[in-house]
Design a protein around this ligand. Structure first.
Ligand code: WT7
Length: 590
């Protein structure tokens, strides 16, 4: 459908698309224009929390609703921009009282509770660094992030603390303060209750000078090898949160907006909190887990205008059929979008059938901090395509010309349309990560020939639409979560019976991929069903349900390269009966 045609079919009262003319915006848009809409701080500074909350209060819009939390029992709790601004100021004062200074790391491990969002913006107001953890992590992933991330303060719940932090607290000597959200119940040893500390703090706070390049957010993500990587983001990112929310999600002031992502990941922060608030939207935050009937009810009853969700969720809705959504009406719904994993063309079409509009796929990563490639409201959706670069972003396809062990990465551009290569971006967008924490060499390896290399394989068609092909590495994507095979292998290796482990993602119709582990046992151990179950339980306890393998297979030996690296690709190819590819480096485990 052309842009003109969309306008014609747009019912009266619907705002016209923010991005009316894509080609023109690509030619003319500069990030400085988005920056100039924001306030900034006196003296040229820029602070995310000011732009998301205080800016609205200063402009006389403090009474507008910022967030609505829907509890499991459907109780609703609303917060205005003014209330969120005051609460976050209080949290900033609280942190200062605890001795937190600029650059200190404040972690969260919690579900979608108001306190998490207050802590996010309060931390930013104190110029400290906010680092969210996923509440479904087990103690090992928590330790592997809180420790290297240097967390001084953690905000969490009693139950999460007891199950996930207490078992590893001894290994976290720099963790000075654990703030417990629960108002009631016993306080675990070595923790403090948040409520009384908040009450004792004042809500008067002036954000200290903040440089746009000051570290603001730390998001851990997974690689193929080594430890989790802490992607460093700065306050300037808010410029991209603002502009991409407008362009890609078509956010308008007062829009009722629902992002279903968990705040333990980058999407739940960039688009579950910052971007919609900076755009003056009204957020819906559901505290319950996925439930098809519940979700349709929220979309309908709350009058959601813009909805941002994920392919796994869309596939779970599709599984339940069209009758259920047929019982609801969605007259307010204007724009629906998806992120995190490949969105099947069937999903796009299903959106059209059930909601009267297609899902718009968007592509980005923890490292990019904001949407980079997207389908837009004013443009035809190509089902199966991730869309076109956001105005201000320059994307291309490149081929690596260096070998895996070469010290320097080199690339050459792939200019022919339709030819597969690595999706690359020209550095310079405001929300680009500024480093991996304490891993300068790993960061440098992401850049070559004037490009940031995404690690995703893709194609670009004649019209400049990008199509996802797959990951260039062994990282697993399950239900939208990026999982490091190394992290899973390391946990399994701690079991007495395990000599070696190789972990891969196998295709799954709903979750995209599920984790499977291949295990070689130590002499004396027997690879039977009982041990397989024991290993799954062992891994779940250490890693949490989100990362643990779903199935285990025993092998006498795992295929390895001459340098001793387990060839996960080969394990996967054999399991799926696919061609084995290049096995010239295979040393053992035929
Ligand atoms: C990886 C990034 C995007 C923020 C949340 C996840 C995959 C992302 C798409 C898409 C196919 C996608 C890529 C990417 N991915 N969006 N539209 N189609 N794959 O951030 O955990 O850093 O994961 O998710 O492989 O590299 P992340």
């Amino acid at each position: 459908m052309s842009y003109q045609a969309i306008l014609k079919t747009t019912p009266a009262g619907r705002p016209s698309p923010n991005l009316a003319d894509y080609a023109k915006a690509c030619r003319e848009f500069r990030w400085e224009q988005a920056r100039s809409v924001l306030d900034g701080l006196p003296g040229g500074g820029l602070n995310i929390a000011h732009e998301a909350l205080d800016r609205f209060v200063a402009a006389g819009h403090g009474d507008r609703r910022a967030m609505r939390f829907i509890a499991r029992d459907w109780t609703r709790r609303d917060f205005t921009y003014a209330e969120m601004s005051a609460l976050s100021s209080r949290f900033a004062n609280l942190l200062t009282g605890l001795g937190v200074v600029a650059g200190d790391r404040v972690f969260s491990l919690a579900g979608r509770v108001p306190e998490l969002y207050v802590a996010l913006f309060g931390t930013l107001k104190a110029r400290a660094v906010f680092c969210p953890l996923f509440s479904a992590f087990g103690p090992e992933p928590v330790k592997a992030r809180l420790g290297p991330g240097g967390g001084r303060v953690l905000i969490t719940t009693r139950s999460l603390y007891k199950r996930k932090v207490a078992p590893v607290r001894e290994a976290l000597p720099q963790l000075e303060h654990v703030l417990i959200i629960d108002e009631k119940g016993d306080l675990p040893e070595g923790t403090e209750r948040l409520g009384p500390l908040m009450e004792a703090a004042t809500d008067e706070w002036v954000i200290p000078p903040t440089d746009p390049d000051d570290m603001a957010l730390l998001h851990f993500t997974s690689g193929t090898t080594g430890k989790p990587k802490g992607a460093v983001h700065v306050h300037e990112a808010v410029v991209a949160h603002y502009a991409t929310g407008r362009f890609a999600l078509d956010l308008h002031p007062d829009d009722v907006y629902w992002c279903t992502a968990d705040p333990g990941w980058v999407t739940g922060i960039s688009y579950g909190a910052i971007s919609p608030l900076v755009n003056g939207a009204r957020l819906i935050i559901d505290q319950d887990e996925f439930d098809a009937g519940r979700w349709y009810r929220i979309l309908s009853e709350e009058g959601v205008n813009v909805w941002y969700t994920a392919p796994t969720a869309i596939r779970m809705l599709m599984k339940q059929g069209k009758e259920l959504p047929g019982q609801f009406e969605f007259p307010a719904l204007r724009f629906i979008a998806s992120v995190g994993e490949p969105l099947n063309p069937e999903g796009v079409v299903w959106g059209q059938e059930v909601f009267g509009r297609p899902f718009h796929d968007t592509w980005w990563q923890t490292e990019t901090g904001a949407i980079m490639v997207s389908n837009y409201r004013s443009m035809e959706v190509r089902p199966g395509s991730m869309g076109r670069p956001v105005p201000g972003v320059h994307a291309g396809i490149v081929r690596r010309t260096s070998g895996e062990d070469d010290p320097e990465v080199t690339v050459e551009p792939v200019t022919e349309p339709g030819v597969e290569g690595e999706l690359a971006l020209e550095p310079g967008w405001p929300s680009m990560f500024r480093g991996y924490l304490d891993a300068e060499a790993r960061y440098r390896k992401c850049f070559a020939g004037g490009w940031y290399l995404s690690g995703d394989m893709a194609r670009m068609d004649d019209d400049g639409y990008f199509w996802f092909v797959g990951r260039a590495d062994d990282v697993i994507k399950s239900a939208g979560h990026l999982i490091s095979p190394f992290e899973v292998e390391s946990a399994l290796m701690e079991h007495d019976a395990v000599a070696e482990a190789g972990v891969v993602g196998l295709p799954d119709p709903t979750a995209g991929e599920v984790v499977k582990a291949f295990v070689a046992l130590k002499p004396g151990a027997t690879g039977d069903d009982a041990l397989a179950l024991e290993l799954i339980g062992f891994a779940r306890k250490k890693l949490g349900a989100a990362l643990a393998p779903r199935s285990i297979a025993f092998r006498d030996e795992l295929p390895k390269t001459r340098s001793g690296k387990i060839m996960r690709r080969l394990l996967k190819a054999r399991e799926l009966g696919l061609p084995e590819g290049d096995t010239s480096t295979l040393e053992s485990g035929r």
